[in-house]
Design a protein around this ligand. Structure first.
Ligand code: GLN
Length: 552
């Protein structure tokens, strides 16, 4: 029988519930338990696909094309397994389902209410992944903070499930904050007591408390928290600020979070978690042998969460290369032909990020021109690939008005345009080309060498595509469509022949990079960055030497 762990949050948001949930899942997985994680978000959007990144950070896309919360990215990166549509549920989706059923007459004339109809639907979805015994343990992260009005139906659903399933089948881990008051030189437990009290008022006594803290929790303090929050002392877990999110599973193992949860669920501890690979990764991450600087060009760069998976993909790739990847965030809105050289100066590689709409688009195009002309390794992702095609059309093929119809619907040189099936769509949510699609690569191209295969599958999230009317013109001028969708012939990858590393991909490789399987495109980009740096250093050294000789 599948067992359930619920993770709630108290005191403040941004405590890292997703990372704690993912770390616990990692430890349980490493002990041999088939584990998955799902996230329930209390907002009324049906999914985060229509949310502005400023509101909600990156929208993460699963294999089956669900537009989801970015925490699902952490789940996949930690567990190295796929999540799906079922792993992310919002209040909007719950209500949509219930209201549709009401319209169908499914409630037979009853008054449809939050309790039981909404809570029943929440419970149905919370237990869905455990239905066919595919998983031993399902961890559910509840978005929001205890005390939020919109969280109440979820808390009530958990209360009911806990009662229905019985104590050894379901447990609640509450993540909370123990603030340190500098002036008093003291750790304070009161906010935690209040948030646990709030949970208890709603009928839930948490089984485990994970306490985020900047200072270690001494035994007396743990005792106090345990006593006032009604948990066992060994169930008060210290979660000190970590230097990297990837260190958290080991910290949680040290605190025996996994063992306490297994004991409470009446499950055998299984084998000692084998985290050898994880530790190897952490070692490489913490003790790099070199450093490169990668420019990330986008219009949301001031908001780190907007490009979460790209940043994490670069961390995985850096560790693989035993190299620290420093990111230089470059805002495309302020990048011009005049300042491109200055802004992109000394970068070892450049990524042009995905995105939507016109803002900052000319800056992206200028950045691409600069890296193309200066042989700087380049990876263009989705919009980044599309703009690489626009730049190439304008400055190499000689089509000065080339554009994507997304930015210029009237352009006569629409090198990127919308497919017919997309034109008929009027609804915004969930209607892009989404999820995994196959791609066939030319066996002789650089990308095939990087992947080590010619058949790949990658995840998409876009409406516009390369316009195949211009295929020949691009090929003749040296930008090669090296990867195509075998069913539709759509161009998925372009490369420039006589450039050390210039790759544009219509898909999002960042969604598939995990700790145990860093993405080959990111790994090879970092490798190319190292080579660029070495070349630049030796060129500089030669110049200094030549200057010295001339002067001498
Ligand atoms: N705006 C572009 C499109 O819809 C690219 C989307 C993206 O970068 N994810 O095709």
């Amino acid at each position: 029988m599948t067992k359930y762990i619920f993770v709630t949050g108290g005191v403040t948001s941004s405590l890292g519930k997703g990372i704690i949930a993912a770390s616990l899942a990692k430890l349980l997985q490493a002990r041999g338990y088939k584990t998955t994680i799902q996230k329930f978000d209390p907002y009324i959007n049906v999914d985060p696909g229509t949310l502005n990144p400023y509101e909600h950070g990156e929208c993460y896309v699963t294999e089956d094309g669900a537009e989801t919360d970015l925490d699902l990215g952490h789940y996949e990166r930690f567990l190295n397994t796929f999540t799906s549509q079922a792993n992310n549920v919002t209040t909007g989706r719950i209500y949509q389902h219930v209201i549709n059923r009401e319209r169908e007459g499914a409630y037979l004339g009853k008054t449809v209410q939050v309790i039981p109809h909404i809570t029943d639907e929440i419970k149905r979805r919370m237990t869905l992944l455990g239905k066919d015994n595919k998983f031993d343990i399902v961890i559910t992260e509840l978005g929001g903070t205890v005390g939020d009005i919109e969280s109440l139906p979820y808390i009530e659903a958990v209360r009911q499930l806990k009662w229905e399933m019985g104590e050894h089948n379901c447990l609640v881990v509450h993540l909370t904050l123990i603030p340190y008051l500098k002036a008093a030189k003291e750790l304070k437990t009161k906010p935690t007591q209040h948030s646990v009290k709030l949970l208890s008022e709603n009928g839930i006594n948490p089984d485990v408390l994970v306490c985020r803290t900047e200072e270690p929790l001494y035994t007396e303090l743990k005792r106090k928290i345990a006593l006032f929050c009604n948990v066992r002392i060994d169930a008060v877990i210290e979660a000190l600020d970590a230097d990297t999110i990837y260190g958290v599973p080991l910290e949680m193992m040290r605190e025996r979070l996994d063992m306490i949860c297994l004991q409470k669920l009446d499950l055998p501890l299984g084998t000692e978690p084998d985290l050898t690979k994880w530790k190897e990764f952490l070692n490489k991450l913490r003790y790099p042998k070199s450093k490169v600087t990668v420019g990330l060009i986008g219009k949301y760069v001031e908001l780190q969460d907007a490009y979460k998976s790209i940043l994490e993909g670069l961390i995985h790739a850096g560790a693989m290369n035993e190299c620290k990847v420093e990111i230089r965030n470059i805002h495309s809105e302020y990048l011009t032909r005049e300042n491109a050289a200055e802004k992109l100066n000394n970068l070892d590689a450049v990524i042009v990020a995905p995105g939507f709409g016109s803002r900052g688009i000319e800056g992206k195009i200028e950045a691409i021109r600069y890296v193309r002309e200066n042989n700087i390794p380049f990876l263009g992702i989705c919009l980044g690939m599309q703009m690489a095609c626009v730049e190439f059309a304008r400055n190499v093929i000689g089509m000065p008005t080339a554009h994507s119809t997304e930015m210029d619907p009237d352009t006569h040189s629409a090198v990127i345009c919308m497919m017919e099936d997309q034109k008929a769509i009027t609804q915004k949510g969930g209607t892009m080309r989404l999820g995994a699609y196959d791609c066939e690569l030319d066996s002789s191209c650089k990308t095939a060498e990087i992947y080590g295969t010619t058949h790949i599958s990658e995840r998409h999230r876009h409406r516009y595509e390369f316009n195949n009317e211009y295929l020949q013109a691009f090929e003749d001028a040296g930008m090669l469509p090296v990867g195509k969708n075998p069913k539709t012939g759509l161009v998925e990858i372009v490369e420039i022949e006589d450039h050390p590393f210039f790759i544009g991909v219509q898909f999002h490789p960042e969604y598939k990079s995990t700790v145990e399987a860093p993405h080959p495109l990111f790994v090879s980009l970092v490798k190319a960055a190292k080579q660029t740096q070495e070349r630049r250093n030796s060129d500089n050294a030669r110049m200094v030497f030549e200057d010295a000789v001339t002067e001498g």
